[in-house]
Design a protein around this ligand. Structure first.
Ligand code: NAD
Ligand code: UFG
Length: 336
């Protein structure tokens, strides 16, 4: 079974590539390395001891994408490739709509052409918007408040229309909550460009001395300690969720959407405390106002994935904190 992994050199894609290879799949990795390094490919090979083809191709380059399908018999696609920085999407919406939405359209068109009609897609809990109350269930109304979120919502709509128009398409739309952690080898992990937008890479960069202190965005939310609550999920659990979703669409017809989260919410203060405790490191913090667009509380109801995919997150918050730190401390400057 040959699986094309778009965005396979990225944070979640690389961990999923490892799981797929360990489950016995063959993979073809595709990435334009706009937000990742080619070194990731060597690391995946050294963790798994397996070889595979990798292509430096941009999804927007239709001809080169077709060549990948021409040269490889693909059975299904796991589609991670896309831009993900919320703030940047507000400043440069065209860049986001073009890369994420047009890129996905070109991919779907090419898949149709080569009669490959099975796809697992990376969506996000951001599609639940600001108005739903956690725990979030898949049937809740969707809305977004930034262009990045809108690209995810639009792509979900496109994929649903596609599967309605042609029942041969089998699609699994996965809404991730907050992935953190890293492979336990410490060889692959999250390597943000420049100043991190997300909490955990910020914490680990403070821990390793790249940054002086962490800024907490708001302590006046209606939560038990006033800081924002999120559903942090270990990236290896998330990767295993992809393997389960893939198995499902390979075996059975149909299109469906699943939350991939733990169902547990931790506040910013709690995450910092668990990180400090797990790794015996002090994280200096400072307080500022709320970050625009942030919700107070966001966590999943993960029950549907448990029932239908037979998947549940297994790693706890200590595993997440330890593994994030192992990656950062072994690779203080990321893949550089
Ligand atoms: P990432 O940036 O580490 O990985 C994405 C990969 O796609 C990168 O390696 C990048 O170089 C590549 N890429 C981007 N545009 C491309 C294009 N046009 N052609 C080929 N390759 C391209 O991000 P990630 O955290 O691994 O996220 C993977 C997916 O999951 C993204 O679609 C993201 O929106 C989604 N997601 C991420 C999170 C999160 O918190 N990390 C949460 C929800 C959803
Ligand atoms: N936070 C800080 N300081 C920081 C960074 C974050 O206090 O330096 C706080 C935020 O205000 C929030 C929490 O930490 O309360 C988590 O913030 P992240 O930026 O790590 O994660 P978000 O929940 O804001 O966003 C993430 C992804 C989005 C995705 C969303 C929903 O970045 O792409 O989860 O799944 F859409």
């Amino acid at each position: 079974m040959n699986i094309l992994v778009t965005g396979g050199a990225g944070y979640i894609g690389s961990h999923t590539a490892v799981e797929l290879l360990e489950d016995g799949y063959e993979i073809v990795l595709l990435d334009n390395f706009s937000n990742s390094k080619p070194e990731v490919v060597n690391r995946i090979k050294s963790i798994t001891g397996k070889d595979f083809k990798s292509y430096k191709v941009d999804l927007l380059d239709k001809q080169r994408l077709e060549k990948v399908f021409e040269e490889n018999p693909i059975d299904a696609v796991i589609h991670f490739a896309g831009f993900k920085a919320v703030g940047e999407s507000v400043a440069n919406p065209i860049k986001y709509y073009k890369n994420n939405v047009v890129g996905t359209l070109i991919l779907c068109e090419t898949m149709n052409r080569y009669n490959v009609k099975k796809m697992v897609f990376s969506s996000s809990a951001t599609v639940y918007g600001m108005n739903n109350t956690s725990p979030l269930t898949e049937d809740m109304p969707l809305s977004t408040n930034n262009p990045y979120g809108s690209t995810k919502m639009m792509i979900e709509m496109i994929l649903n229309d596609l599967s309605y128009s042609d029942r041969d398409w089998r699609l699994s739309i996965l809404r991730y909550f907050n992935p953190i952690g890293a492979h336990e080898s410490g060889l692959i992990g999250e390597d943000p460009n420049g100043e991190p937008n997300n909490l955990m890479p910020y914490i680990t960069q403070v821990a390793v001395g790249i940054r002086d202190k962490l800024t907490i965005f708001g302590n006046d939310y209606p939560t038990h300690d006033g800081t924002g609550v999120r559903d942090y999920i270990h990236v290896v659990d998330l990767a295993k969720g992809h393997a389960k979703a893939l198995k499902k669409i390979l075996e059975k017809q149909g299109t469906d959407v699943f939350n991939l989260g733990t169902g547990i919410g931790y506040s910013v203060m709690e995450l910092i405390r668990y990180f400090e405790e797990a790794n015996e490191i002090n994280i200096p913090v400072t307080l500022s106002g709320r970050r625009p667009g942030d919700v107070a509380v966001c966590y999943a109801d993960p029950d549907k994935a448990a029932r239908i995919l037979d998947w549940r997150a297994e790693k706890d918050i200590y595993d997440m904190c330890r593994d994030s730190w192992r990656w950062q401390s072994k690779n203080p400057e990321g893949y550089k």
